[in-house]
Design a protein around this ligand. Structure first.
Ligand SMILES: CC(C)(COP(=O)(O)OP(=O)(O)OC[C@H]1O[C@@H](n2cnc3c(N)ncnc32)[C@H](O)[C@@H]1OP(=O)(O)O)[C@@H](O)C(=O)NCCC(=O)NCCS
Length: 458
């Protein structure tokens, strides 16, 4: 079976997409879209992707930010805003212009979702490119009142999200759009931050994901920020994922920035949502076409994810994983990097194996075989090439070294023909073959001429 070519990667991609489709179908996802995204040439494509998601069974809720457009409209009409900290005070005179601007932006989103042929494509997916949407009064708000002696007038906060009304829309397959206006029970309008609406809507609707869609490259190229060493980055230094603890560390390490820095503000919002129970918050750069779909349908994603659930784990091998690990090992067995094993060999030693699972699929494996005399062999180490250099190999081997210690072994060794340098990075040192357990020496394949490397477990 040759599974190394481009066709194979395409098949892998399709598998991954189906995996996520079946996993998330019927789930609610909230998209907070920054205003500048709406002005970007990529916006019609983003809307197409969201319409496609809504049409294929995802419950999509959109919260468009309007800050920059409100600023522009107020400037145009000569209205000077006062601020309390970074919060604009919406006066009675400014309110009609704020409402006009907020609804204008919401309408742009609505138009994007209605435009079946936007972006120039009327191809076979044309009818999937549009979806019904509604701009609604789904936010119950209350006024901020007087803060530090300043009357905040028509500036409000979310009191609650009207989940019943939104739920009914979602049941009908309609996309609710929540502009940055909320109403008191008596019907008085307030200007409310769209970040706060997105946060409240995500938690109130039990959204499994909040997407923060922005034009900032931010944590895709995080060289401007101090980062803890443990954080793993992908292509171009992009931070792929963070636990809430790691996100907190990043914010603490960059305290010099006391607000107004977009990527850090977004991370703050992501952390708050994550702490409030949203399992996954994704910060996405809308400049990359298809970034939302890539983030959703592949576990390497395209943005930065703050996650709280058991997204990744090293765990013992189960029978159902055997085809997956054989798929990882097959090209390496063909190249003679790994010894050939068949399903029966693996099943026999099933308890020796560990797998690295990310989001429900296996991306690395390794085994620890106990050969007696206090020595264990680390073998069958294989990482999915799409996940190379992300620490999976190191972490699974370290996990097996911990397992070896717990089993009372004093030494682990490895027989390798080509990967000695990598094991040296982990602290292994070349050792004579006659230092291996007698039973292993009897099984040693002299034709392969593998070298032995060992690590004493302190
Ligand atoms: C070796 C292997 C397990 C590494 O997996 P991985 O998850 O990509 O590795 P990690 O992310 O933990 O480590 C990456 C580091 O090791 C280095 N590295 C990867 N493969 C290497 C190799 N064959 N030799 C030397 N260094 C290597 C990378 O350059 C990277 O270095 P950096 O941290 O300085 O950037 C993987 O490449 C693999 O499956 N190889 C084929 C199977 C094999 O050789 N198994 C071992 C025999 S039992």
């Amino acid at each position: 079976m040759d599974n190394s070519g481009p066709a194979w990667s395409q098949v892998d991609l399709i598998r991954e997409a189906f995996h996520y489709q079946s996993r998330f179908e019927g789930s609610t996802m909230v998209f907070k879209i920054d205003y500048p995204v709406i002005e970007d040439p990529g916006f019609p494509y983003l809307m197409k992707d969201l319409a496609l998601l809504a049409r294929t069974g995802f419950r999509v809720v959109i919260v468009p930010g309007a800050k920059e457009w409100i600023d522009a409209v107020l400037r145009e009409y000569g209205i000077v805003s006062r601020y309390s900290g970074s919060t604009r005070i919406t006066t009675a005179a400014a309110l009609p212009f704020v409402e006009m601007a907020a609804f204008h932006v919401a309408t742009r989103v609505m138009t994007g979702l209605a435009a079946g042929s936007s972006g120039g494509s009327m191809g076979p997916t044309g009818s999937l490119n549009r979806v019904d949407a509604v701009i609604g009064n789904f936010v119950r708000a209350q006024g901020l009142g007087v803060e530090n002696g300043l009357d905040m007038e028509h500036t409000g906060a979310v009191e609650r999200i009207l989940t019943g009304s939104i739920g009914r829309m979602l049941e009908l397959g309609v996309v609710p759009i929540l502009p940055c206006i909320g109403w008191s029970p008596a019907g008085k309008p307030y200007n409310v931050s769209s970040d706060e609406i997105a946060l409240a809507a995500s938690t109130a609707l039990g959204a499994i994901k909040l997407f923060i869609v922005t034009l900032e490259s931010g944590f895709r190229a995080p060289s401007a920020y101090k980062l803890p060493e443990t954080i793993q980055t992908g292509e171009n230094g992009r931070i792929i994922r963070l636990t809430p603890q790691e996100a907190e560390e990043v914010l603490e390490m960059n305290l010099w920035d006391s607000g107004g820095n977009k990527p850090l503000d977004e991370l703050r919002l992501a952390l708050r949502a994550s702490r409030a129970g949203v399992e996954r918050v994704h910060i996405i750069d809308a400049k990359e076409e298809g970034a939302v779909l890539r983030e959703l349908f592949s576990n390497l994603g395209a943005g930065t994810m703050v996650y709280t659930d058991d997204y990744e784990a090293i765990r013992p091998l189960k029978n159902r994983d055997i085809p997956d690990i054989l798929r990882l090992m097959e090209p390496l067995m063909q190249q003679d990097v790994l010894l050939r094993r068949d399903p029966e060999d693996i099943r026999e030693k099933k308890d020796d194996y560990a797998v690295f699972e990310i989001d429900g699929s296996v991306h690395a494996c390794a085994a620890l075989h106990d050969w007696g005399e206090g020595q264990g062999e680390i073998a069958a180490v294989a990482t999915d090439p799409a996940y190379a250099d992300m620490g999976l190999g190191r972490r699974i081997v370290r996990c097996l070294m911990d397992r070896a210690k717990k089993q009372g072994l004093r030494r682990v060794f490895v027989l390798t023909t080509r990967t000695q340098d990598w094991f040296e990075l982990l602290g292994f040192k070349e050792c004579p073959l006659d230092s291996l357990p007698k039973r292993k020496q009897e099984h040693y394949d002299r034709e392969r001429k593998s070298k032995a490397y060992a690590l004493e477990l302190g």
